[in-house]
Design a protein around this ligand. Structure first.
Ligand SMILES: [Ca+2]
Ligand SMILES: [Ca+2]
Ligand SMILES: [Ca+2]
Length: 131
């Protein structure tokens, strides 16, 4: 439980805290999603190489991010790439329970680990990105 400050008239209810946390999360995520949509000119939910020029961080790593080599980088592929880049400490292209820093992934690890091998591989991460 959190420490309630003595000069606070009323403690902040945990529901309010949850809503505030959600708002902060949305503020962080929305610009990213808007960037994606702006770049996705034909609105097919994926960036081709020309669309990716508007997103230098995608353009630079286009081939790496396009994991299924269809010439398109989907939002899910960007998610998978970001998760692996930031959290795959031993670089085996999958995340163990210890490696996962993302709270949502950590909380629902067993659910996302569909084959129950104790790792989230690229396919499982891609599915997790939809939730
Ligand atoms: Ca597109
Ligand atoms: Ca790993
Ligand atoms: Ca697995």
């Amino acid at each position: 439980m959190s420490v309630i400050e003595k000069n606070t008239a009323r403690p902040i209810p945990s529901k309010v805290k949850a809503v505030l946390a959600l708002i902060v999360l949305l503020m962080l995520m929305v610009p990213w999603a808007m960037d994606f949509r702006r770049a996705d000119r034909d609105n097919d939910g994926a960036l081709d190489i020309n669309e990716a020029r508007l997103r230098p961080e995608v353009y630079k790593k286009f081939e790496l991010m396009d994991r299924n080599n269809d010439g398109l980088v989907h939002q899910a592929e960007i998610f998978v790439h970001k998760m692996l880049e930031s959290q795959d400490v031993d670089r085996d292209v999958k995340l163990s329970k210890n490696e996962v820093k993302n709270r949502r992934l950590s909380k629902r690890f067993a659910e996302y680990d569909m084959d129950g091998d104790g790792f989230l591989d690229e396919g499982e991460l891609a599915l997790a990105s939809d939730h």
